[in-house]
Design a protein around this ligand. Structure first.
Ligand code: ADE
Length: 242
């Protein structure tokens, strides 16, 4: 996958791509990243990227020309690459959206700033708008990092074991079961007996029950949307009554 990021603050991405799973994924050529400064696509002597809003009001608005020019020069011939504007007005990002985006070989992310982005960018350039939650950040950069993190870790080979992203919280629309490692007793707190039993069928049953219990306790609304087996539905009913 190749990811192009349009931003006014390219340096914000240095930390992210310089360490951990991203560095490894880039070194192994599983993913490549282009970070483009929107300011490089201006033509006036002050390199202006923003201007006052028509109609008045506080703050500045990002101008359309540098953003259009940047996207057009990056996109090349490809007609199918998603052009995603990060904005609190976008559709809500989720694990499902991450999975959807992980199927593409190229993504372009536009990080907005100031009071907003000229509406013509939304209307005539962006093919998608994403929000990472119902709060307003000072720019789209952190949101872009969240989206990239959630997408890149789904790409084949990026995480050590191919199976591991499948067990994640939210993959099946439910929260993950609790995990333990050694020691078996720490400060008097024991690991649940069943996990030490070596009985894989019992461990699988316990984990399935924990997934339902956790979700019921913390995010009950997720259970209404999740695809459950009839056995799991029975478990939900039993736990709801107890
Ligand atoms: N830009 C500012 N706030 C944002 C949010 N919540 N999601 C995505 N982009 C943003």
């Amino acid at each position: 996958m190749h990811i192009d990021i349009l931003t006014l603050f390219p340096e914000m991405f240095q930390g992210m791509f310089g360490s951990g799973i991203f560095k490894r994924a880039i070194d192994q050529k599983l993913v490549s990243v282009g970070i483009h400064n929107i300011r490089d696509y201006t033509h006036d002597k002050h390199h202006s990227v923003d201007d006052y809003p028509y109609g008045g009001g506080a703050g500045m608005v990002l101008k359309p020309e540098p953003i259009f020019e940047a996207v057009e020069s990056i996109k090349g011939e490809s007609a199918t690459v998603p052009i995603i504007l990060l904005t609190p007005q976008g559709r809500l990002f989720s694990q499902q959206v991450a999975q959807e985006l992980s199927q593409y070989s190229h993504l372009i992310l536009i990080c907005g700033h100031y009071e907003g982005v000229d509406e013509r960018v939304r209307e005539h350039l962006a093919t998608d708008e994403l929000s990472i939650g119902d709060y307003v950040l000072s720019g789209g950069e952190l949101a872009a990092m969240v989206v990239i993190d959630a997408v890149v870790r789904l790409l084949p080979g990026v995480l050590g074991s191919a199976a591991s992203p499948l067990d994640d919280s939210h993959v099946a629309g439910l929260l993950e079961y609790p995990q333990y490692t050694r020691p078996a007793i720490y400060r008097g707190w024991s690991v649940p007996e069943v996990l030490l039993s070596g009985n894989h069928a019992q461990i699988a049953d316990w984990r399935r029950e924990q997934v339902i219990l956790r979700t019921l306790e913390r995010r009950p609304e997720l259970l209404d949307k999740a695809k459950l087996s009839s056995e799991e539905k029975g478990l939900v009913q039993k736990l709801r009554q107890s």
